[in-house]
Structure formats: structure tokens, C-alpha cells
Design a protein around this ligand. Structure first.
Ligand code: NAD
Ligand code: IPM
Ligand code: MN
Length: 349
């Protein structure tokens, strides 16, 4: 039997509510399996910062690095909250984890499950994954402000793209496309305007493509990609894109596949040098926090991605099947967060 050392970071808002359900399901699905979880919870996030002034201390980061994987809820203050500087927790906790643990593959699957209503009239058969670059782009904090607060302020936010960073995520996306039945890869960028980074992404895709002769490659500018995501989402199989485009496209992808409450993600260190981290795509949802209104499905599906990543594919598939059955049977009735978690946990045990 294998004991998996799991770091759990519930975070803020609905983070603790949905994470509790994901843990419940992980525990249930491994009850009679060779895997079991040894959980260590870390109190981190906006609330923790208000209480202690800490975002992610170096000792805590070092301790987190020692686990096999991380289950993350959500962090962040309400958008109008002035007690917490915007971006502090996002940058100094969440992005610090993604960058320091080298999570270069931000894997975000989008599937319209049978029985789930899409806001699109003709959604078709939606089943694609977004491979979002996770360690570079405009997210690196390469910017600044001059003449701050004046009428002549100059703010920069420079996107960083390295050949090394682009190549490793592009190669990963090709591998995933090659392993899927349709074997299609779409590069999404905007090389008509972002000419330097755009040219680099295009060149790397063209250079890696011959290693994967069975994968069909195409390209869309990001603005056009949003058209096709709403008019013809079933055309997509694997999308590879930069950090910011991937962030925006995956909220849209979540919306067209039945909502943000169902969208899972993994921040994956493919080299295995540091633990990978699994989290719903959504945030802390301050508008519904503390009321058992949040849908824990995204967190539970993220736990299934965690199981896949650790090689427990049978357990992961049981969770996915239980989720599919649960969502197919939803008829718009309001169920509490814990009721959904209980039902899925019962179905996998
Ligand atoms: P959000 O994803 O938290 O909420 C957007 C909308 O979706 C809200 O109406 C919310 O109620 C709803 N929603 C989200 N998750 C849901 C769920 N599981 N079930 C039902 N409804 C759900 O995005 P936001 O409002 O832009 O951000 C709130 C805070 O979260 C901000 O501080 C932001 O920086 C942070 N954030 C954190 C993460 C993360 O931790 N990974 C991700 C996104 C946003
Ligand atoms: C997400 C979130 C984060 C991102 C923020 C909170 C840093 O929106 O995980 O999608 O932009 O990556
Ligand atoms: Mn986002």
C-alpha cells in the first residue's frame, strides 16, 4: 500500500467548503484501494494574511515542497475589499506556488457532460483540454510604474516568454494531443499584434510538430478563438496557449460547458521535481461564501486529476464516473455543497 503525503490548502471564501468535499471523496475512493492519504492542512490565504501578515513564508514553502501533491481550494478577497491589497495573495501565495514549484503545465479540461445544460443553443460534443503555460507570460511581475499616481503615470507589464519555457509546454501539449483520439492541436496566440512572443510560439510549434506527424496543427488568434469557443466549441481537441490567454479562455470554456462550478485544473510539474497542485478553476466566490451554496464538483474533479497524476487511474475514473452520474441527475434543484459531496463520496465507496 502507498501512503500519499498530501498538502491541503483550503484558502478563503468557498475554498474551505469545496475542499472539504474533495477530501471526503478522496478518502472514500481510497478506502479499499492500495492508496491512502496522509493530510497536512496549511492555513494560508487572505484571511491568514489579515491575522498574521504572512503570505507564504519560506519555511512553509519548503514544507509544502516535501509533499507528494497539493490540493488547493481558492484564495483571494472580495473584489471590493480594501483591507487586502488586490493581487497580494494571488501573487505572493498562488503564483508563488506555481512559479516556485515549476508548474509549467496548467491543465484545464473542458467537457460537456451528458445531461448538463450549456448556455449555447447548439453546443455539440464539447471535449477539449487547454494546456495553459503556467510559469511565464504577463504573469511574471515584470513591470513597474513611473510617476505613480500622477496624470503622467507610466505603467508597464511586460510578458516574458523564453524558448525553453515555450518549448516544454508546447511539447507537452503535442504529447497530450497525440494520446487523444482526434489528435488535434490548436495554438492560440495573437501574433498579428504581439509579434515577438507570437513569432516565438509559432516557431516552437513548427519546430516540434515533425516529432508528432500524426497530430494535426492549426492556429487561431485569441480573439477569433473566443468566437469559435461559443459558435463551434466541438472543433477543439487540445489548445496550447500562453498564461493570460489561457486564464481567460478557460473561464469562457467553463461557462459553455455548464459553469465554473464544474471546471477542474491541475498545475503540473511534468518533471516531477516538485509536487503538482490541483485546484478548481474558480476563485473564492465571496458572493456565496459560507452559505453551502458553492458547487464542489470542480474541486472533486480536480481531486480526480490528482489521482490520475499519481497513477491511481482506476480510482480517478471512479470519481469521474460518479461525478458524471451526479451531474446527469441534477434537475436544477438547489443542493448544499456538502450534499453534493456526500452523494459523490457515497457513489465511489
Ligand atoms: P470567482 O470564480 O471567485 O467567482 C465568479 C462567479 O462565479 C461568482 O458569481 C461566484 O459566486 C461564481 N462561482 C465561483 N465558483 C463557484 C462554485 N464552485 N459554485 C457556484 N458558483 C461559483 O471569481 P472572482 O469573483 O473574479 O474572484 C473572487 C476572488 O477569487 C478574487 O480575489 C480573485 O483574485 C480570486 N481568485 C482566486 C482563484 C484561485 O484561487 N485559484 C481563481 C480565480 C479568482
Ligand atoms: C485562475 C485565477 C488565477 C490566475 C489568479 C487568481 C492569479 O484566475 O487560477 O484562473 O489568473 O491564474
Ligand atoms: Mn482565472
Amino acid at each position: 500500500s502507498k501512503v500519499i503525503s498530501l498538502a491541503v490548502i483550503p484558502g478563503d471564501g468557498i475554498g474551505p467548503e469545496v475542499t472539504a468535499e474533495a477530501v471526503k471523496v478522496l478518502t472514500a475512493v481510497t478506502k479499499d484501494s492500495p492508496a491512502s492519504f496522509d493530510l497536512t492542512e496549511y492555513s494560508l490565504g487572505a484571511e491568514h494574511w489579515l491575522q498574521t501578515g504572512e503570505t507564504l513564508p519560506e519555511e512553509t514553502l519548503a514544507a509544502i515542497k516535501g509533499h507528494d501533491a497539493i490540493l488547493f481550494g481558492a484564495v483571494g478577497a472580495a473584489p471590493g475589499d480594501t483591507a487586502i491589497p488586490s493581487g497580494l495573495i494571488e501573487r505572493e501565495l498562488l503564483l508563488k506556488l506555481r512559479f516556485n514549484l515549476d508548474h509549467f503545465v496548467n491543465l484545464r479540461p473542458s467537457k460537456l457532460f451528458p445531461g448538463v445544460a450549456s448556455p449555447l443553443a447548439n453546443p455539440g460534443d464539447i471535449d477539449f483540454i487547454v494546456v495553459r503555460e503556467g510559469t511565464e507570460g504577463p504573469y511574471v511581475g515584470n513591470g513597474g510604474s513611473l510617476r505613480t499616481g500622477t496624470a503622467h503615470e507610466i505603467a508597464t507589464e511586460v510578458s516574458l516568454n523564453t524558448a525553453y519555457g515555450v518549448e516544454r509546454v508546447v511539447r507537452d501539449a503535442f504529447r497530450r494531443a497525440n494520446d487523444r483520439p482526434r489528435k488535434k492541436l490548436t495554438l492560440v496566440h495573437k501574433h498579428n499584434v504581439l509579434v515577438y512572443a507570437g513569432k516565438l510560439w509559432k516557431r516552437i510549434v513548427d519546430e516540434v510538430a515533425p516529432e508528432f506527424p500524426n497530430v494535426a496543427v492549426d492556429y487561431l488568434h485569441v480573439d477569433a478563438a473566443t468566437i469559435f469557443l461559443t459558435t463551434d466549441p466541438s472543433r477543439f481537441d487540445v489548445i496550447v496557449t500562453d498564461n493570460l490567454f489561457g486564464d481567460i479562455l478557460t473561464d469562457l470554456a467553463a461557462a459553455v460547458t455548464g459553469g465554473i462550478g464544474l471546471a477542474a485544473s491541475g498545475n503540473i510539474n511534468m518533471e516531477g521535481t516538485f509536487p503538482s497542485m490541483f485546484e478548481p478553476v474558480h476563485g473564492s466566490a465571496p458572493d456565496i461564501a459560507g452559505q453551502q451554496k458553492a458547487d464542489p464538483t470542480a474541486a472533486i474533479l480536480s481531486a480526480a486529476l490528482l489521482l490520475h497524476h499519481l497513477g491511481f487511474h482506476a480510482e480517478a475514473e471512479r470519481v469521474e464516473q460518479a461525478v458524471e452520474a451526479d451531474v446527469a441527475g441534477r434537475s436544477g434543484q438547489a443542493r448544499k455543497t456538502a450534499e453534493i459531496g456526500d452523494a459523490i463520496a457515497a457513489a465511489v465507496s
